[in-house]
Design a protein around this ligand. Structure first.
Ligand code: SF4
Ligand code: SF4
Length: 479
């Protein structure tokens, strides 16, 4: 697949690559259910004192990936609350002693060898949660085999953490992390994705990995969403049927290095904080579970601000409450000013101050400029006008307006036939749609329904087959 579609979205308030530490709060609220994981197996009790890096809970459905304590503190646990509270936090981070990489791990079978030990360390020290499967976005099996690895240093969605901000001063750790990754593989290639393979950063990387033919540099156009793992895998011609494709971003490679070189857990996150109401959009090193209200207060955000967990195109509204903490998988927080007054027929005004995918606005004559993002850009939802913009930008090569029409008519089988499963959930169709139809969310919901119906049909078929086999066995026995 060649890269097609995409859109260079330019919005005001993009974070620069400056990285600042965010002071620790007094209390952390670690969500038990995150976008990727559900930590149902709680390992601590109310009142326990825990050390930095201890496992508070694990997700049994995802290879027991742990929820780690970012700081030493006292657990306040209420099984009915959707979070685990960590109070009385240690004022300074502990100096975690590097684990002895050669030390035996009693719970890892000796037969697993060094590779198994490394994988176990990645899982238990919180580095494995940075891994994704290209096609399903699920957590890959840490003890499984992959056909290739994709490492992306590119973040093209506005307001999510950039690779260059994460890599600042850590190039050696990054290349060492790549070598650790390679040690987990046999002969599978590692594709390193960069926006410009002739940039100073790419040249430095090339210098450091010289002689390592297993890393292949791949250049992609800086158009959103060509950094999507699913789009990249298809672009690289990696077939889904040939097995899992492990994918991770720059922060994942640094986490691998941290876990396997130093034996240290991954306890902080680099989060881009941007949007028009943020006076100095930049990157912050934040503890998971940091209360969002505390963050908003430290950033000087007023009460008429909406916060999104994620970037401008795929972020989800985050509840600004005292006990809602930063999701461990958060890569960006986008602040938008709530637009309370309605602009009458705003969508038909040929404004020079608003960007549009359509070339009919006066702004087309202005050339490139950043548009100010608000919660009410260009009015309210209207029926589809068949403009075709969603099809033009869609990197998956499907017809969003057609799938929308099927779903609107409750024709879920037809939507499945139109390959809604290929949607990579980039949100571009919703962004360019002049009618403000929430296409991406409709497709996410439809995929859930289709997957559930498929699982139910498979379960029913398996049950029928088992009953048939039992009936045949009974007939055989009676003869
Ligand atoms: S249909 Fe899916 S892949 Fe295509 S633009 Fe919309 S969200 Fe992106
Ligand atoms: S962009 Fe919106 S209005 Fe245009 S065809 Fe797609 S769904 Fe319809």
């Amino acid at each position: 697949m060649t890269l097609r579609g995409g859109y260079d979205v330019i919005l005001a308030g993009r974070p620069d690559k400056t990285l600042s530490p965010m002071p620790d709060p007094d209390t952390l609220y670690l969500p038990r259910k995150t976008r990727r994981f559900h930590f149902t197996d709680v390992r601590v009790k109310d009142g326990n004192a825990v050390g930095q890096g201890d496992a508070l809970a694990t997700d049994p459905a995802n290879f027991s990936v742990p929820l780690l304590a970012p700081r030493a503190g006292k657990v306040v646990y209420d099984p009915t609350a959707p979070y685990i509270t960590l109070a009385d936090l240690a004022k300074t981070p502990a100096q975690v002693q590097p684990a002895d990489a050669a030390a035996p791990l009693p719970h890892v079978a000796r037969a697993m060898g060094d590779g198994g030990r490394s994988r176990h360390r990645l899982l238990s020290l919180g580095a494995w949660e940075y891994f994704y499967d290209a096609y399903t976005a699920a957590l890959p099996d840490p003890f499984g085999v992959c056909q290739a690895v994709i490492v992306s240093t590119v973040a093209l969605e506005p307001f999510v953490a950039r690779g260059d901000a994460q890599l600042g001063g850590k190039l050696l750790n990054f290349t060492r992390g790549l070598e650790h990754l390679q040690s987990l593989l046999e002969y599978q290639p590692i594709y390193l994705v960069m926006p410009d393979i002739h940039s100073p950063l790419a040249t430095q990387v090339r210098e450091q990995i010289r002689g390592n033919a297993w890393v292949k540099l791949v250049e992609i156009p800086p158009r959103y969403p060509f950094d999507s793992f699913s789009v990249l895998a298809r672009h690289l011609g990696i077939r889904r049927s040939a097995g899992p494709v492990w994918c991770l971003r720059a922060e994942g490679v640094l986490a691998v290095d941290q876990a396997l070189t130093g034996g240290r857990p991954c306890l902080t996150r680099i989060v881009a904080v941007g949007g028009p109401p943020v006076s100095s959009p930049r990157h912050y090193e934040v503890l998971p579970g940091h209360p969002l209200t505390d963050l908003a207060a430290r950033l000087g955000l007023g009460s008429n601000v909406r916060l999104l967990d994620g970037g401008a195109l795929t972020g989800q509204k985050a509840e600004l409450s005292d006990k809602n903490g930063v999701d461990p998988a958060c890569r960006g927080l986008t602040a938008l000013t709530e637009q309370t007054d309605r602009e009458f027929l705003g969508f038909v005004r040929p404004g020079a101050d608003r960007r549009s995918y359509a070339a009919c606005f006066l702004s087309t004559l202005r050339g490139r400029f950043s548009e100010k993002l608000t919660t009410g850009m260009r009015g309210e939802p209207r029926p589809c006008i068949g403009c075709n913009f969603c099809e033009e930008v869609c990197p998956a090569g499907i017809l969003p307006y057609l799938i929308h029409k099927h779903l609107y008519a409750d024709q879920i089988d037809e939507a499945a036939g139109a390959r809604v499963d290929l949607c990579v959930e980039c949100g571009l169709c919703s962004f360019v749609c002049p009618c403000k139809i929430e296409l991406m969310q409709q497709f996410i919901d439809a995929k859930v329904v289709i997957a559930r119906e498929k699982a139910e049909a498979e379960a029913a078929a398996a049950k029928a087959a088992a009953e048939e086999a039992a009936r045949a066995a009974a007939v055989q026995e009676s003869r």
